[in-house]
Design a protein around this ligand. Structure first.
Ligand SMILES: Cc1cc2nc3c(=O)[nH]c(=O)nc-3n(C[C@H](O)[C@H](O)[C@H](O)COP(=O)(O)O)c2cc1C
Length: 155
């Protein structure tokens, strides 16, 4: 059977929970996109124009470094890519991940959690950052992650 990976970034644990539910539901491996420099509470303050997250999201070229690279990507043909919505799109560290691996011919399935924003703008941005992947429609998974992931894979 083909192998599936659930790759995710989570700053405060919400997306991590969904990622673990998905990995268990579809029997996938799990990889955390862990920033080399973890985000502090102050970094995540979106009300602060000078906070790290605000500065990163205001700079489309910003690519925060990843602590541990994903290994043996060649064994996966399907990769779920999960993240919290930041300023309506994916956090820049997710772009670091997408640009650091060769996703040619792989099926990529985005999922996200948010405080209310949809995933549409992020889907467009992900495709722009990784045009070689075969992107499927994604979903917000603030709830229902496991059932959705199974249905996407036809299980
Ligand atoms: C810097 C920052 C920007 C955010 N921007 C948005 C946003 O544009 N729309 C939204 O609905 N939620 C936004 N949120 C809320 C997160 O998407 C939401 O809390 C998410 O579930 C957090 O997931 P995590 O615990 O995996 O990090 C933002 C949170 C942070 C820290």
């Amino acid at each position: 059977m083909s192998k599936t990976l659930v790759a995710y970034f989570s700053a405060s644990g919400v997306t991590a929970r969904a990622a673990k539910e998905i990995a268990q539901a579809v029997d996938a491996d799990l990889y955390e996109i862990r920033p080399a420099e973890p985000y502090t509470d102050a970094d995540l303050n979106w009300m602060d124009k000078k906070s790290r997250s605000t500065r990163e999201m205001n700079d489309p070229a910003c690519r925060p470094a990843i602590a541990e690279p994903a290994e043996h990507m060649e064994q996966y043909d399907t990769v779920f890519v999960g993240f919290p919505i930041w300023w309506a799109v994916e956090p820049r560290v997710v772009d670091t991940f997408l640009e650091s691996c060769d996703f040619s011919g792989k099926t990529l399935i985005p999922f996200a959690t948010s405080g209310g924003s949809g995933i549409g703008r992020a889907e467009k941005s992900l495709e722009e950052h990784c045009p070689k992947g075969n992107w499927k429609r994604g979903r917000l998974v603030n709830s229902g992650a496991a059932a959705w992931a199974k249905s996407v894979l036809g299980r």
